[in-house]
Design a protein around this ligand. Structure first.
Ligand SMILES: Nc1ncnc2c1ncn2[C@@H]1O[C@H](COP(=O)(O)OP(=O)(O)OP(=O)(O)O)[C@@H](O)[C@H]1O
Length: 609
């Protein structure tokens, strides 16, 4: 849990901030891919919308001058005036329609972009190694990349609006420069201080949020354990609610204080800078009024200039402010692209060897050692043994001895830190990793209780066969899961687990029968069962074993168990201690040897283990 203060990361340098703008290019590629038609239409509509402000001001100027002209001589409205007013009206309607069409396109395109990015995120996360998932920095990256899905939709419309405003800006400034270039200078005085203020505070906000990611994850985690189906039982029994609440309050009040300080500063500075901005605007206004009173400008000119100056000020200010928000948004994009940059290390070779079917010789551990990332001690070291094709091997050892790690290495969830594992004489790295995993079925002791239908919970063993009801039901009957499922109100269609409406929870042993069903469903050449019967009652365990030889018939199998009644069914038993091989042999051989296995076996036989 949290140890360090909520200081946030140090400020980004200017180059780092604006350098992040280069991320906009790949971002626009993503938008383009989401829908080329919508992207183009959006661009065209915004160009048209960008020209309208200038056109409207020019017409307004002509209208005023026409009115002044008429009112001196005649009392009737001229056709020319009607046409001018009509044109302005038409432009106003067009502008409104364009705004709505643009908003619609933005939101549709935004949805498409958010969906495709989320899919890409899921896809990429699925390809990464287990190592990544054990790294807290990875989770921070993933979290930042995920959090910004909505922000990115906003970023897209902001960049497009920026382009649209740039078109309006170019038109209006041209008019202003033609009249008096000094007005542009006043305009800059009006907007630059406000922009610098905004830029500064955006940077501070980003740094604060960026630095708070680990704590925000902790906050989310506390919220989750405070109220979830999986934790409710222990939270109540151990009365953890106050403990969790106080941790939540402590963290959230730190967030509040840090955010409050920044928000207050931002408001104060924002107010002062806005006053400077108004002073610049009114300076220009007074200048124009004096020139009009002098008679150097017509009333139409006054309307045009005051209007265009005001619009330019608003435009520039929003563009500059938006620019720093865009720069900030691009920094978040960097988090997303950083995440996509993470590359898995466990990959298939360019020309993989065909996976043997059937396996001829089996696996061989050749001086295998493995250390988990960030761990000091070796989980497995100097491991030499073979797992012959068709053999049933049991792994025995105390908690933490390295049994599960060995299985993870065999299925290439990790690669050995030293030594190699051979399959039919070749390093398992020479085979296609997906084919290798497809040839191996592992049911872990901490198997996942998917909050899905009972049928799908078994089908995950071979998900491409999820429509094959016969195979699913057959697997369920072999693993004894069928008797559990038939009692459920909706049978195989019943959602199990408590997370969703109508979900029905199962007991630990019932879940285990479902998980065992996955092994039958998988029907792989190599079967690995990690504590397959730990939660089963005596009768169910016995029945599972009666079927076990059928399940593993003709297959290579690895069985991890602390129960010696299970272990003795294996052809050979490997006793592992502190990551090293201690003994290997058949049940009878090891008993005769009177080593560790015999000691543990006799202890259990006498009821001590
Ligand atoms: N993801 C991990 N990161 C760091 N160390 C780990 C990780 N998983 C396991 N270990 C460590 O590696 C060693 C071997 O663990 P492993 O899970 O293989 O033991 P095991 O024999 O399966 O134990 P058990 O009988 O309790 O299931 C232990 O010391 C454990 O703490």
């Amino acid at each position: 849990m949290l140890r360090k203060p909520l200081s946030g990361k140090n400020n980004q340098s200017l180059t780092e901030r604006y350098g992040a703008l280069k991320n906009l290019l790949p971002f626009f590629k993503i938008i383009w891919k989401a829908s080329p038609i919508m992207s183009v239409s959006n661009g065209i509509l915004r160009i048209i919308k960008g020209i309208i402000p200038l056109l409207m001001l020019l017409i307004a100027r002509k209208i005023i001058d026409e009115i002044v002209l008429i009112s001196g001589h005649q009392a009737e409205i001229t056709t020319r005036l009607w046409i001018l007013v009509g044109s302005e009206f038409a432009l106003a309607i067009l502008s409104d329609l364009l705004s709505r069409a643009i908003a619609l396109l933005d939101s549709l395109l935004g949805d498409l972009v958010a969906n495709s990015t989320s899919l890409k995120l899921m896809d990429h996360a699925a390809q990464l190694d287990m190592n990544h998932f054990e790294d807290s920095e990875f989770y921070d990256k993933l979290e930042r990349a995920r959090r910004q899905t909505l922000g990115r939709t906003v970023l897209m419309s902001q960049v497009l609006s920026q382009m649209q405003d740039a078109i309006s800006l170019a038109g209006l400034s041209a008019g202003l420069i033609l009249f008096n270039p000094w007005l542009i200078l006043l305009l800059l005085i009006a907007v630059i201080p406000a922009f610098l203020g905004e830029a500064h505070f955006n940077e501070k906000t980003y740094s604060l949020v960026h630095g708070q990611t680990p704590e925000r994850r902790e906050l989310d985690y506390i919220r989750y354990i405070g109220a979830s189906d999986e934790t409710a039982k222990e939270v109540k029994i151990f009365n953890l609610s106050d403990f969790l609440k106080s941790r939540f309050a402590e963290l959230s009040s730190k967030f509040y204080k840090a955010n409050k300080a920044l928000a207050t500063k931002r408001a104060l500075w924002g107010g002062a800078l806005a006053a400077i901005s108004s002073a610049g605007y009114y300076g220009a206004y007074v200048f124009i009024i004096i020139r009009t009173v002098n008679g150097s400008l017509s009333l139409g000119d006054l309307t045009f200039l005051a209007g265009s100056f005001n619009q330019l000020r608003t435009l520039l200010q929003s563009m500059l402010t938006r620019f720093s928000t865009i720069a900030e948004g691009s920094l978040y994009l960097k988090d997303l692209f950083d995440f996509f940059e993470l590359k898995p290390e466990i990959t298939s070779p360019a020309n993989p060897r065909p996976f043997p079917n059937p396996i001829q010789q089996g696996f061989q551990f050749d001086n295998v050692g493995f250390k988990y990332k960030h761990a000091e001690k070796w989980a497995i070291r100097n491991l030499n043994f073979s797992l012959n094709a068709g053999e049933k091997l049991a792994l025995v050892g105390e908690n933490g001895a390295g049994k599960t790690t060995l299985v993870k290495l065999l299925s290439r969830l990790y690669d050995p830190t030293e030594g190699r594992i051979l399959l039919d004489g070749f390093d398992i790295k020479e085979y296609d990793v997906l084919e290798l995993r497809s040839g191996i079925g592992v049911i872990f002791q901490d198997f996942v209780r998917f909050q899905m239908t009972a049928g799908n919970n078994i089908a995950v063993g071979r998900i491409e066969q999820k429509e094959n009801n016969y195979r699913i039901e057959h697997a369920a009957s072999k693993s004894l899961a069928d008797s559990v499922i038939l009692k459920l109100p909706k049978g195989y269609e019943q959602i199990i687990g408590r997370r969703f409406a109508e979900g029905v929870d199962l007991s630990g042993g019932e879940w285990q029968k479902i998980a065992l069903g996955r092994a039958y469903m998988r029907d792989a050449q190599v079967l690995i069962l990690d504590e397959p019967t730990a939660a089963l009652d005596a009768r169910a365990e016995h029945e599972v074993f009666v079927r076990f030889s059928e399940l593993t018939k003709g297959k290579t199998a690895v069985l991890i168990s602390h129960r010696f009644s299970t272990v003795r069914m294996a052809d050979r038993i490997l006793v592992i201690e502190n990551g090293q091989l201690l003994e290997i042999g058949s049940h009878e051989e090891l008993l005769k040897k009177e080593g560790r296995y015999a000691e543990l076996f006799n202890l259990q036989a006498r009821g001590y283990l």
